[in-house]
Every structure is written in structure tokens, then in C-alpha cells.
Design a protein around this ligand. Structure first.
Ligand code: GDP
Length: 483
């Protein structure tokens, strides 16, 4: 929000011999020059970088910093149903993985390693096997940060649909860079330009138009341009500077787990730091044990798995939960102790959530605002996930909310989409500390239960005025608690 008009800046640049045409990126030095001229401070406000740093810090410890090495990117494919996620994943799997393994049969372990030729050299990337934002959101709601890059698939003959919006919202909330695959370009009626326009209108500006979101036009069915897509993804990965320390004991995330009749509890881990080895003592949540065997996605025995590599593990005493962390500890006794401590902590956590600690609701916002008013200036941000009956309602409600005075509270919409409230919406609200507003939509019982467990408020309305009025009162600190 600049106090200087665009025209003024254009004029100034013109006087320095720099011609601007419409929306255009200007480089850092020019920005600095403008800021000097107008005496404003330059702040690097790239939220994804901040998230990125936080993510690196969470997984890496201080002592890792001297031993960092490059690691492969971990990718997730998301998008609307029938836009071609599975077809794309299958094409990549069959053309890349099996071909390079001379007819080997991949067994589903939840993720797999794909070699990508870049400048004649094979580089590795890792795909999570469950396409869709539901799995992504559920993992994130458990605190897991596994995905480095999200590939959003949009069908060129259909354009942005509700689940496209949801997928983008989840990727953005996670601070994960997006690469768009505009799919089905082989089809009659495919209109990639229109899709790009739609994406631009919701804030994903194509690189080709001077923005920062790479978009590749592909046919997942025929395989056209899929190599180009993978190369683009690898370029984005390179910019992310993905690193880990392979020379230490492993930690990472459970991405799949279950009970095998003959093998017992079986789980797929993605190692995020360190190297997991046969014989290591591992703990994940309340499950622990000694690694008896490790398998790759082809079912081969392996002795170890380094950073970003998915590996199936047997030896746990219990089935761990997807999205939970795992780590290597020094002894079985230490593991047992930790597991018990966790069980206890989990119980308390549950009690805290039930008691509504830290829960974001319209009435908790209202009381924070009225407290802030008594104690002086305090600006709050209310994050909103909004689900409505039809697209038209989005504009109507957003318009009405946007004109409310935002002196005490600013509103941020993480998602505005038609459709009933889903568990994935609740997961998004968990991660972003948002409330969910529904207009003329339902929240199924299972979704309500999930929201209660996670401490997320869902408010359903049938009359637009009531919705606006509640939000307005909350923003003014006037909303009475409902309980
Ligand atoms: P998902 O629900 O996103 O996983 O979508 P699917 O991969 O199941 O694809 C839905 C339908 O679109 C299937 O009938 C696919 O064969 C078809 N499809 C996917 N990609 C393409 C493509 O590039 N071109 C054409 N013509 N059809 C495609």
C-alpha cells in the first residue's frame, strides 16, 4: 500500500529513461532507486521465503548447518477431480520409473523416486502417490511439511473449478511453490490461454506474462510436454536450495501406515534429514521399535534411505499415524519412555482443545477486539475459509464484507469456493487458524466432529445479512458469545 500513485512512479521512471508498460516486473535495483527517491524503506516481503526458513529450521538442527548436502524435491500433484492427476502420475510412473527398471513392478508404498534427465544427467525427484489436496491438507493439519513443490493440474477444456481453488489455497497456506500443469491440451475445446487468464485473475500470474508462476501445457494422456513439466519443476526446486544433512540419525514424516497380515505394522517414511538404517531404533507418536527391514517402492530390500527418499519400514510395535513425525533414538528404553510421555501429552492436548484453548472464533475475536480497544491500538487479522452454494454468492458476500471498516480487524480470505464444508476445509482452517463461514451449504456430521476435535469454528448461515452482521459485530468487538 503505497502513498505514491502508480502514475507518479511511472513518471519518475520515465524521467530516468525507463519505460513501463502496464503490469511489469522491475528489478531490485530499480525498486531501491524508487524507494530512495521517495524516502521509503525497502522490505523484502516474500511470505513464502519466511515459511521456507521456518520449515528448514524445523527439520534441520543447528549442528546440521555445516554438513548440508543437496536433496531431491518432494512433489505433490493436486487439482480438481477428473482434470488428470492420476493420469499424469501414471504417465510419469510408467514412463520414468518402470522404463528405467526394465519392467519392474512398482508396489504402492505411498511415494516413489523418479529420475529426471537434466542436461544429460539423471536427477532425482520424489512423488507422493496420493494425488489431491485432501491428503495434503490432512498431513499439514498434523503439522507435517513434506511437500516442496505442488503441481496444480488444470484441464484446459474446463478451467478453474472448486477443487482447483482448494488445492491452490492449501499450497499457498503451506508456503509451497506452485507449478501449474495445464492438461488435456490435445482435446478439442482446449483453451490454455483462457485457463491462464483465469489463473492470473486469482493471483497466479504466469511466468510467460511476467509473473512468477511457471505453467506448462501438457497432455498427460499422450505424454506431450511432461518432460518439460518435470524440467520446470526441477528448476523451481533448484531455486529452493533444498538441503539436508545425510550424516546423522534420521528424522522425517510418516506418509502411509497400515497393518500387514504377515509383516505386522508397516509404514512408509519420507526421510527429511539424516539417513535411516536397518537396525535403527525409531519412534513415531506412540509407536516404536527396531527397524527390521527397509524396502524401496519396487519392493527391493535396501539397507538405508537418505534425505527425501521414501522407504517402507517394518519393525514398529504399532501402526503410526500418517502425517506424524518419526525419529531415531538411542535405545529401546529411550523410545519406550518417549512414547509414554507422548501418550500423556496427547491426552492433555486433547483436553486443551476440548476446553477451547487457542480456538479462533468470532466471539473470541470480538473479545480480543474489545480488550484491544481498552488497552490501545491492536490490529487483528481474521482468516476466513468461506464455502457457499453458488459462485455468485462469493462476490456478493465478499463485496459486503470488504466494505466493513477494517481499523481493528483485517479480513483475509484463504479460500472462497462453492461446495459443502469438507474435512479438507477444516484442515486448511487448522493450519491457518481460520474460521469457516458457510452460506447455504451443509457441514456433514463427520466434518463437524473433525472441526470440534481440531478446535475449528464453523458458522452456517442462510441469510447473507446475518453472516455480514455477525462478522461486523465481531470486528467491532460487539459480538456476544453464543454459549
Ligand atoms: P483425476 O481425477 O484428476 O485423477 O483425473 P484422471 O487422471 O482420472 O483423468 C480423468 C479423465 O480424463 C480420464 O478419462 C483420463 O483418461 C482423461 N485425461 C487425463 N489426462 C488427459 C489428457 O491429457 N488428454 C485427454 N484427452 N484426456 C485426459
Amino acid at each position: 500500500n503505497l502513498a505514491i500513485s502508480e502514475g507518479e512512479i511511472f513518471g519518475y521512471l520515465f524521467s530516468r529513461g525507463i519505460k513501463m508498460r502496464g503490469v511489469q516486473c522491475i528489478d531490485r535495483d530499480v525498486v531501491k532507486m524508487i524507494c530512495r527517491e521517495y524516502e521509503v524503506e525497502v522490505i523484502d516481503a516474500d511470505p513464502t521465503r519466511v515459511e521456507d526458513m521456518a520449515r528448514k529450521k524445523e527439520i534441520l538442527d543447528e549442528e546440521d548447518l555445516d554438513s548440508l548436502e543437496d536433496r531431491p524435491p518432494v512433489l505433490t500433484i493436486m487439482g480438481h477431480v477428473d482434470h488428470g492427476k492420476t493420469t499424469l502420475l501414471d504417465y510419469i510412473r510408467t514412463s520414468k520409473v518402470v522404463a528405467s527398471e526394465a519392467g519392474g513392478i512398482t508396489q504402492g508404498i505411498g511415494a516413489y523416486v523418479v529420475p529426471v534427465p537434466i542436461d544429460g544427467k539423471l536427477q532425482t525427484c520424489v512423488f507422493l502417490d496420493t494425488p489431491g489436496h485432501e491428503a495434503f491438507g490432512a498431513m499439514r493439519a498434523r503439522g507435517a511439511r513434506v511437500t516442496d513443490i505442488a503441481i496444480i493440474v488444470v484441464a484446459a477444456d474446463d478451467g478453474i473449478r472448486p477443487q482447483t481453488n482448494e488445492a491452490i489455497a492449501h499450497a499457498k497456506a503451506a508456503g509451497v511453490p506452485i507449478v501449474v500443469a495445464i492438461n488435456k491440451i490435445d482435446k478439442d475445446g482446449a483453451n490454455p490461454d483462457r485457463v491462464m487468464e483465469e489463473l492470473a485473475s486469482i493471483g497466479l500470474m504466469p511466468e510467460d506474462w511476467g509473473g512468477d508462476v511457471p505453467m506448462v501445457q501438457v497432455s498427460a494422456l499422450k505424454g506431450d510436454n511432461v518432460d518439460e513439466l518435470l524440467e520446470t519443476v526441477m528448476l523451481v526446486a533448484e531455486l529452493q536450495d533444498l538441503k539436508a544433512n545425510p550424516h546423522r540419525s534420521a528424522k522425517g514424516t510418516v506418509i502411509e501406515a497400515g497393518l500387514d497380515k504377515s509383516k505386522g505394522p508397516i509404514a512408509t517414511f519420507i526421510v527429511q534429514n539424516g539417513t535411516l538404517k536397518k537396525g535403527d531404533i525409531i519412534i513415531s507418536g506412540e509407536a516404536f521399535g527396531k527397524v527390521r527391514a527397509l524396502f524401496d517402492e519396487k519392493g527391493n530390500h535396501v539397507d538405508q534411505a537418505g534425505p527425501s527418499i521414501p522407504v517402507q519400514v517394518i519393525g514398529l510395535n504399532n501402526v503410526p499415524i500418517a502425517g506424524d513425525e518419526f525419529e531415531v533414538v538411542s535405545s529401546l528404553d529411550a523410545a519406550r519412555e518417549k512414547a509414554e510421555a507422548r501418550a500423556e501429552a496427547l491426552k492433555n492436548d486433547h483436553i486443551a482443545t476440548q476446553a477451547g484453548y487457542g480456538k479462533v472464533t468470532l466471539s473470541s475475536l470480538a473479545s480480543a477486539v474489545s480488550r484491544g480497544r481498552l488497552s490501545g491500538l491492536d490490529v487483528h487479522q481474521l482468516n476466513i475459509v468461506m464455502k457457499v452454494d453458488v459462485q455468485g454468492s462469493i462476490e456478493a458476500i465478499t463485496q459486503a464484507l470488504r466494505v466493513l471498516p477494517q481499523d481493528n480487524v483485517t479480513l483475509k480470505f484463504l479460500l472462497q469456493s462453492p461446495g459443502d464444508i469438507s474435512t479438507s476445509d477444516v484442515d486448511l482452517a487448522v493450519v491457518t487458524k481460520a474460521i469457516i463461514l458457510g452460506f447455504n451449504v451443509k457441514a456433514p456430521g463427520s466434518v463437524k466432529t473433525h472441526a470440534d476435535n481440531k478446535g475449528v469454528e464453523i458458522r452456517l448461515y442462510k441469510v447473507i445479512y446475518d453472516l455480514i452482521d455477525d462478522v461486523r459485530k465481531a470486528m467491532e468487538g460487539l459480538l456476544e458469545p453464543v454459549e
